[in-house]
Design a protein around this ligand. Structure first.
Ligand code: FAQ
Length: 314
């Protein structure tokens, strides 16, 4: 019985038919999705923090408005993704508890500090750039609610990428100090952005199965390579150097070669020892505790509305 269900499920995947919440699915497929979607949701929520750090210090009103809107968009992405995750039978309270107790992962990139205004531009250019590269294929993910959420997320992320690039373009045409600020920022964010795609394919325990289930459509290394190829030309427009002496065009492969990634640094950050891990979780826990009254007020209001409706029906 289980076998024939599993065969039918795989046939649907092979035929590119979306899996929906009430459809039968193998327990491992459900678990993988909960793992990936919840990590993704947490990344969007924690991802607000490095940028939120600059809202009060944006250099002018236009920049402040755009940054505020961007940070709010990330909150929205987190909420769609938590909702998509809930369709798999896990509660939001449980997911948030996993984040706050350090049991859940979120993207390594958000454990680095935003030291200068240029970092806000660089996050838009490189971090949103990497996020889009990874997320556009997720619009074709086999699980319906995740794929549909990604369509809206990707539209917004591509706008974020452009606003980041525009910040950097302005700095690149500015004073010597501004150009230096830009270069320093790219030096600090390049390698952590490369790490966002996850470990090399040979060291990625989940990739093969996730690709067979069409959750992932491309491997970590394939997407990382596309990212490098895209950034090299954009860096020329910004007149900035990517901090990799091994970066060079490989005629045979039709791609840029790049130097080795420091995986020790990556795993150290993923394990909780990056420059900002502790601070990020502490900030989220504080925000959650301070927001308790909002949740209580919202549920008291919802209960009141429900009992009013019940009286009207009676
Ligand atoms: N950081 O076998 P794989 C954004 C973990 S959103 C931390 O390759 P998988 C928006 C991985 O979880 C950015 N951990 O795993 C924004 C696994 O651990 P586990 C987030 C990482 O799942 C922009 C282990 O390593 N995007 O930026 C990372 O097949 C600007 C083995 O790895 C998504 O989440 C990492 N970088 O592939 C917001 C996209 N990489 O679970 C604000 C959806 C790997 O066994 C401002 N996710 N790990 O304990 C994915 O596409 C995949 O989950 C990957 C990892 C590609 C991230």
């Amino acid at each position: 019985m289980e076998n024939s269900m599993a065969d039918k499920f795989q046939q649907k995947i092979d035929d590119d038919i979306r899996i929906e919440p009430r459809d039968w699915m193998p327990e491992a497929y459900r678990k993988t999705l909960i793992r990936q979607i919840s990590q993704h949701a947490h990344s969007e929520i924690v991802g607000m923090l490095p940028e939120g750090n600059w809202i009060t210090r944006a250099p002018n009103l236009r920049r402040k408005v755009a940054l505020l809107a961007k940070v709010q968009d990330e909150a929205g992405h987190g909420l769609y993704l938590y909702s998509a995750c809930e369709t798999l039978g896990v509660s939001r309270d449980e997911l948030i508890n996993q984040l706050h107790t350090g049991k859940a992962k979120y993207s390594s990139i958000f454990n680095y500090p935003t030291i200068t205004w240029a970092d806000i531009g660089t996050i838009g250019w490189l971090v949103d750039g990497a996020a889009i590269m990874n997320q556009v294929p997720l619009c074709r993910c086999s699980y319906g609610p995740y794929a549909r959420a990604m369509v809206k997320v990707c539209k917004e992320e591509s706008f974020h990428q452009r606003q980041g690039f525009e910040i950097l373009l302005t700095l690149s045409k500015g004073t010597e100090a501004q150009r230096q600020m830009l270069q320093d920022s790219v030096n600090r964010w390049w390698w952590p952005s490369m790490m966002m795609f996850g470990p090399n394919d040979a060291d990625s325990p989940h990739s093969a199965q996730s690709m067979a289930w069409k959750i992932k459509r491309f491997s970590n290394d394939e997407l990382r390579q596309r990212f490098v190829d895209m950034c090299v030309d954009q860096a020329k427009i910004l007149n900035v150097t990517l901090p990799d002496p091994d970066l060079k065009w490989n005629e045979e492969r039709g791609h840029y070669d790049y130097g080795p990634i420091d995986w020790d640094e990556f795993w150290n950050v993923v394990k909780g020892n990056g420059p900002c891990n502790r601070d990020r979780i502490e900030t989220r826990v504080n925000a959650y505790e301070k927001g308790a009254w909002v949740r209580e007020a919202a549920s008291a209001y919802a209960e009141k509305q429900a009992s009013k409706k019940a009286i009207q029906v009676a």
